[in-house]
Design a protein around this ligand. Structure first.
Ligand code: C2E
Ligand code: MG
Ligand code: MG
Length: 718
């Protein structure tokens, strides 16, 4: 047999046998000397029969015999196996072939091929590590740029440090304004798309935007909600033509939390992707979790749609994950994701599919038990139960190898085929919108895509836009609600409650916009305005001979702001207000979420002379231990408990109030009753030694001037 032909066929270090009859083989070609040791029966005579020297080969011969008996042109391969010879291990692969009614057996020595395969895998592993390094470098450069950009108060193009940083980095960067018009890009970005063989009509920045828009249906939501995003996009058909890019998109916000710029950074990861692509497993599966990846999921989603039977698409997003990465580092973060993926995968049925489709995102195609043409309410219950199971398992603690314990959670967004859409792109987009809605709630939640959800999300975006302009347009006002001493009916202090005069003419209650400003970070500038305005009011009141106290509400995110304390003390100094005239109110949730930080902050604040109240007491989960340890001055009993005191109430209805009053007195804290609306409530409180109260019975929250009139009237009575 012609060796060059064998070489061309991919066989080189091999033996070729012809099968003459079921038990008779003839050696046609032989290269290398390993055959003699492996199959001594072939030595000596040209025609031989196999003698049980290789169990693996013998097993393969059973399958081969079936092919040979049929005697139709064809071929089957054995897969690779190893044999131990006296001084070496060899790796072999056998093929049974029928060609022109002749039967052949080819045994091929694969050591060279095996080595090559191992090397490829090694390169792939190294590439993965390199990819991690690129990622780390990418992340570092990205965060430096972000810092530089948010530091700058000057107009962007004139900013020297940014321009220098851009010129030097080999990360491709484009900076856009809020209308996604390019402000600046760097040579590295241009060189990514600078391929002499490919003609592009678009400049690099436009191309980058267009690729992202076309490949990720989530893009609209990302821009409209000022979210950040990280992932991979492709340009043309890599690796033969074009490239794979890792892309990060980050909104850069100013102090008022308005988006000023969009920072896009891209690096070329084609080499890494290419090596991974050569290994099918790595192409379709996520390296960290071994679950199918986004591309593979997408393919399956499209196949599923073609089958035209209803199903649910669930989009899962790990809650609070950024915190784990920030506090414990990426390695711990990875461990949590891996462990979570095992837990989730265990709950997914064999017919369903789960995939890891993003850094902290999974997706599930949930088959329905019965196949009607449309989704029913029973199906919806089934999807809810399933999603609840996923959430349940994600909320159990993670005990990590380092001995650490972590907790996460899961938000689930659901879209239904064909009810919501019949296109893979829309289903992904809708499930993403739904998960975004779920994220707005503080606990792990499930949200189904619906038209109302889209309307609510649009309304939210509109409100958010309006809220962003509210500070600048001076649309906020602090109302003051008197707090009275019940024994003599005198106003001893007031609570400052914010009001928003919406440009459309109606007044928005803080219950509507404070949670939204918490979520968007706008609470930081709004909170600062409240502090400044409260100090300004205190100064005016004092100068009018009314040196009363004013309490302000702080929300959780403000307490997490490292500059809060400094800001309060600077503002007090600037406005020459005595700190003892200021009081802050925190809800119980803040204390628990952030115990160490709150403890430190409260101690500092109190050193200045500011007093501290726990607001809405009784509605959260404060333990007595917290109350004892934290430096606090008052408890404000939530109005829901005060509300229980009425003509129809039983003795037991006042029990909580009585318990809180007794406890506060034991802890040497003052008690304030909120929401007193009736004389009955006032008398009940007085009778039980709660002598400070606030409520509509005395006065609603009032604009500054009206509040002053109230004070003046009180003075006049004396
Ligand atoms: P809060 O701090 O518990 O304020 C008391 C709320 O109860 C106020 O609602 C007040 O108008 C209302 N209220 C007072 N007396 C009565 C009464 O007799 N009956 C009834 N039904 N309600 C009464 P408001 O002003 O709508 O504020 C709601 C919440 O918004 C506040 O609850 C507070 O948590 C938050 N908030 C208000 N202003 C600010 C602010 O400047 N910053 C922050 N972070 N949160 C604020
Ligand atoms: Mg309050
Ligand atoms: Mg309250």
């Amino acid at each position: 047999m012609d060796a060059s032909l064998l070489a061309a066929l991919g066989f080189l270090d091999c033996i070729v046998f012809q099968r003459l009859s079921p038990n008779e083989f003839e050696v046609l070609y032989k290269a290398g000397n390993w055959l003699d040791e492996l199959l001594p029966e072939t030595v000596g005579s040209k025609i031989f029969s196999f003698e049980h020297n290789s169990a693996y080969l013998e097993d393969f011969l059973i399958d081969a015999e079936n092919l040979w008996l049929v005697n139709k042109n064809g071929r089957i391969d054995s897969g690779m196996w190893s044999e131990q010879l006296s001084n070496q291990v060899i790796r072999l692969e056998a093929s049974a072939v029928v060609a022109d009614k002749k039967n052949y057996l080819i045994v091929n020595k694969l050591n060279a091929k095996y080595k090559q395969k191992q090397e490829t895998l090694q390169i792939a592993r190294e590439s993965l590590l390199t990819a991690d390094k690129i990622s780390a470098q990418h992340d570092y450069l990205h965060s430096r740029l972000e810092e530089l950009l948010s530091e700058t108060e000057r107009a962007f193009p004139a900013n020297q440090p940014v321009t220098q940083a851009l010129a030097q980095t080999d990360l491709g960067v484009a900076i856009f304004d809020t209308d996604l018009l390019l402000l600046n890009s760097n040579p590295a970005l241009r060189s990514i798309f600078d391929d002499t063989n490919i003609k592009t009509n678009l400049p690099a920045d436009k191309l980058l935007l267009e690729l992202f828009r076309n490949q990720y249906p989530e893009c609209e939501r990302i821009f409209s909600t000022a979210s950040s995003w990280i992932g991979e996009i492709f340009w043309l058909n890599p690796p033969l033509q074009g490239k794979w890019l890792k892309l990060s998109i980050q909104p850069i916000k100013n102090d008022a939390q308005e988006v000023q710029n969009w920072l896009f950074s891209a690096s070329d990861v084609t080499q890494v992707k290419y090596l991974l692509k050569r290994n099918e497993k790595l192409t379709h599966f996520d390296a960290l979790t071994n679950l199918p990846n986004r591309q593979y999921f997408w393919q399956n989603l499209e196949k599923k749609i073609q089958q035209n039977r209803p199903f649910y698409l669930l989009y899962l997003d790990i809650k609070q994950f950024k915190r784990i990465n920030e506090i414990h580092g990426h390695l711990i973060g990875d461990e949590v994701i891996r462990e979570l993926s095992i837990r989730l995968n265990n709950l997914v049925n064999a017919d369903d599919m789960i995939a890891k489709i993003g850094g902290t995102e999974f997706a599930v195609i949930l088959e329905l038990k019965h196949s009607h043409a449309q989704i029913s309410s029973m199906d919806q219950d089934y999807a809810v139960t399933f999603a609840e199971k996923l959430i349940g398992t994600s909320c159990l603690p993670f005990y990590l190898s380092s001995g650490l314990k972590c907790e996460v959670g899961l938000n689930v967004g659901v879209a239904a085929f064909p009810k919501d859409s019949s296109s893979a792109e829309d289903l992904m987009k809708y499930a993403d919108l739904a998960v975004y809605a779920a994220k707005k709630k503080s606990i792990s939640s499930i949200s189904f895509y619906s038209k109302e959800l889209v309307d609510a999300s649009r309304k939210r975006i509109e409100m958010e836009d309006a809220l962003r302009n509210a500070l600048q347009n001076q649309e906020f006002e602090l109302y003051l609600q008197p707090i009275l001493n019940l024994s003599n009916g005198q106003i001893i202090k007031a609570e400052a409650l914010i009001r928003w005069h919406h440009p459309d003419g109606h007044m928005v209650s803080p219950d509507e916009f404070i949670p939204l400003s918490e979520q968007t970070g706008l609470i930081i500038p709004i909170g600062k305005w409240v502090i400044k305005e409260a100090c300004a009011i205190l100064k005016r009141l004092t100068s009018q001979g009314e040196p009363i106290k004013l309490s302000i509400n702080l929300s959780p995110r403000q307490v997490g702001d490292r500059q809060l304390f400094e800001f309060i003390s600077d503002t007090l100094i600037e406005s020459q207000v005595n700190p003892q005239q200021l009081e802050i109110e925190l809800t119980e949730g803040v204390l628990i979420d952030n115990y160490d930080r709150v403890h430190f902050l409260l101690a500092e604040v109190r050193k200045l002379g500011i007093s501290i109240s726990i607001d809405d007491f009784g509605t959260g989960y404060s333990s007595l231990a917290y109350l004892q340890k934290l430096p606090i001055d008052q408890l404000k009993i939530d109005r829901s408990f005060v509300n229980e005191i009425n003509e129809n109430s039983q003795d037991s209805d006042g029990a909580i109030i009585l318990a809180v009053i007794a406890m506060a007195h034991n802890l040497k804290l003052e008690v304030i009753a909120e929401g007193v609306e009736t004389e009955l409530q006032r008398d009940f409180l007085k009778q039980h030694n709660c002598n400070i109260a606030q409520g509509y019975l005395f006065s609603r929250p009032l604009p500054y001037d009206e509040f002053c009139e109230l004070l003046a009237a009180q003075k006049a009575k004396k």
